[in-house]
Design a protein around this ligand. Structure first.
Ligand code: AMP
Length: 418
């Protein structure tokens, strides 16, 4: 029986895993730079956590959630996004007492989408959230953080920030109703998949990828005509703060984001070299969401970034394979070799143990792996209580005591030559 991987899932190993870990390190360091605390939550939650907050008419809820009945008949869902689980966890664990609270997490998400390059059914997201402040300082801080992370990962600034404001709840209500009436006039031309949204979720038609929908959307009402005074001022301030940070951006009036909970500032970072799946990071404000999930009426703002999309943007990754191969020539030397391995590790020297007991094969494998040194252990070395150190650059070799061996390796580590 040959079991295949599930469609839309992927195993991460080798160079790809190195890219993943490289990104995770940058994420953790950047979070620490700005005082965000990490949180890890379960990958499945009660289905209620997602249905209403994400929007009953959102694509995620309608088509993409992995929902199943548990044995006791409760409905569970593999998390399709991380903002709502982090809010749920913050409420469950009383983390919203001292505000603002700054949390971040990184882990797998699940959406039953059509798989393609950069789009999976199980993928990883990093999420950053600030709870408990209306101050757009938080919006700017989060955009700064996203920009900083992307800057460390993607060479030559190959990414671009797009921003928009959705206004407050009233703005959105009025805008949605105007938009419905507008699209209603073109009901026969709107794409089949979006016809239904004219009534239920007209905002989503604005970021349709269908060429006819795009054409019709060009003349659609503009959300900026519906802003309240307060929302207008907030958006101006966000722009001002970004100018001050020297973060370039473009305003995209059709940027509306896929989930229902957003208001005021929304933003996306894109890498335009990535084809259709080019959004790296997306986020915005979600005042009102925490209350919907059962917490106090406190505002929030955050963003999510796809790790696999970022991995596509990482050019080269440093090879951190061990530079030192320990080649054991005879089976009888297992104990002697393991003691050496233990001592070297204790002195922070990493080694790759080759116990094929075949010097020729082991040396050619070490060269293939671009190792720098081979420590060779044979009967002669055991008899003399010494170790042969072979320099794989010039093929010279010498028998050394343990102290001499360590000194030579340490010197090479310090000088970091070759
Ligand atoms: P969203 O929660 O839809 O705003 O997504 C935030 C980010 O997660 C996107 O910008 C992508 O980088 C990433 N992402 C979303 N869906 C997928 C997917 N199916 N596969 C891989 N990455 C994804």
């Amino acid at each position: 029986m040959k079991i295949q991987p599930i469609r839309g899932t992927h195993d991460i190993f080798g160079t790809e895993l190195k890219k993943f870990n490289f990104i995770k390190k940058i994420v953790d360091n950047s979070a620490a730079d700005l005082g965000f605390n990490e949180i890890i939550t379960p990958i499945f939650e009660s289905s209620d956590l997602f249905k209403k907050p994400l929007g009953e008419h959102s694509d995620v809820v309608l088509k993409e959630m992995y929902t199943f009945q548990d044995k006791n008949d409760s409905s569970l869902t593999l998390r399709p996004e991380y903002t709502t689980p982090i809010i749920r966890a913050a409420i469950s664990n009383n983390l919203l007492i001292k505000l603002p609270a700054k949390l971040y997490g990184l882990g797998p998400m699940f959406r039953r989408e059509r798989p393609q390059k950069g789009r999976y059914r199980q993928f990883h997201q990093m999420n950053f959230e600030i709870f408990g402040t209306e101050d757009v300082f938080a919006d700017a801080e989060l955009i700064f953080l996203a920009n900083k992370i992307l800057d460390s990962i993607i060479p030559n600034n190959q990414f671009k920030l797009f921003i928009n404001s959705l206004g407050d709840r009233d703005t959105l209500k009025k805008f949605k109703s105007e938009l419905s009436s507008y699209f209603e006039q073109y009901i026969s031309d709107i794409s089949l998949e979006n016809k239904e949204k004219i009534k239920t979720n007209p905002i989503r038609i604005l970021d349709s990828k269908n060429s006819k929908d795009i054409e019709i959307s060009k003349e659609a009402p503009n959300i900026s005509d519906f802003y309240s005074k307060n929302s207008k001022a907030k958006f101006e301030e966000v722009k001002q703060l970004l100018n001050n940070l020297n973060i370039p951006y473009e305003i995209d009036v059709n940027l509306v984001r896929g989930l229902d909970y957003y208001c005021d500032t929304v933003f996306e970072f894109k890498n335009e070299n990535l084809g259709s799946q080019n959004t790296l990071i997306g986020g915005g404000r979600y005042d009102g969401l925490i209350k919907v999930i059962g917490g106090a009426d406190i505002p929030g703002v955050g963003w999510a970034g796809g790790i696999e999309r970022l991995m596509l943007s990482v050019d080269k990754i440093k090879n951190n394979l061990s530079k030192i191969h320990l080649i054991i020539v005879e089976e009888s030397l297992k104990e002697y070799s393991l003691r050496l391995l233990k001592d070297l590790n204790k002195n922070n020297v990493s080694v790759y143990c080759d116990y094929r007991y075949n010097l020729k094969k082991a040396l050619s494998f070490a060269s293939e792996q671009k190792a720098r040194f081979a420590i060779i252990l044979g009967q002669e070395e055991l008899d003399q209580k010494k170790y042969t150190l072979k320099d794989l650059l010039d093929s010279s070799q010498k028998m050394l005591s343990y102290e001499e061996l360590l000194k030579k390796i340490n010197l090479w580590e310090i000088l970091k030559i070759n």
